[in-house]
Design a protein around this ligand. Sequence first.
Ligand code: NAD
Length: 315
Amino acid sequence: MRLLITGGAGFIGSNFIHYLVKEHPDYPIINLDKLTYAGNPDNLKEVVGHPNYRFVQGDIADRKLVDSLAGEADVIVNFAAETHVDRSITGPEVFLQTNILGTQALLEAALKHKHPRYVQVSTDEVYGDIVKGHFTENDRLKPSSPYAASKAAADLLISAYQRTYGLPAVISRCANNYGPRQFPEKIIPFFVKRLMEGKTVPVYGKGQNIRDWLHVSDHCRAIDLVLHTGRLGEVYNVGAGNEHINLDVAKAIIRLLGLSEDRIEFVTDRLGHDVRYAVDSSKIRKELGWKPEIDFDRGLKETVQWYKEHLTHDT
Ligand code: NAD
């Protein structure tokens, strides 16, 4: 299978490329990434030079480029996106440009080259928040932030392309990922970096917002299953069932670094801050035989250690 991976220099995309090189070393991979602030070539330094790996710097909204690369591939797996909720609140435009119009350029190319499958890496944030219970794949989309709205718009566009043009697509909607190679603006690497610099960690509101944490390697296995055996036209929720309030995540990181909880600083809450994300992932578990394998305590310990070793002051 020849793959066009987009956004492969970012957090999840780079972990997925490492996973592919190990699990499917015979698959030719083209990685198309714009290298925004969130894309880091160092995330892939171990795979540069691999005979089946090629990097192309470029924009998924560049139709000509996307068209030519899609002609060399069988399947597009789209990770490329603007992903930081806070940035989407202060500057939504680029989120619409990349996450919606960029996705549309990929859909057009997949159709033109008659790809047998297109895989969209989406997020549980498209459903909005839920105080009790879990969202299933059939629940309505009610995104809260411009980021989540742009991802929901892409999901709806894919649904329309399936119905109107017969695009053979599969969508995965995953919970919060953690693990190595994430840009240090997201909570876990951001907190580790701040603590290592002797600073406080800013916790929104009272830190009571709940997130479901999934190790990125468990997400990579889920995408692999969706890529190979996911039913066309379907959506698969990917959740860990591993819910923690943000304050407890902050305390756990502080503990792992051997520091004191007085480093926590409560700051004004994020606008429109979602209270809790939770998806029902029984469909991918039953149909595709997926389940998470990495226990949060172990995964967080290894992740914090990884950032201790890899984060530098100028990261
Ligand atoms: P990231 O921000 O770490 O990486 C995004 C990558 O996309 C970067 O390498 C960036 O350079 C690239 N990119 C951005 N705009 C581009 C463009 N116009 N053209 C080409 N490349 C572009 O993101 P991530 O956390 O790895 O997320 C990957 C995907 O997974 C996203 O679609 C996101 O919505 C989804 N997702 C993320 C999480 C999470 O917890 N991080 C959870 C569920 C779903």
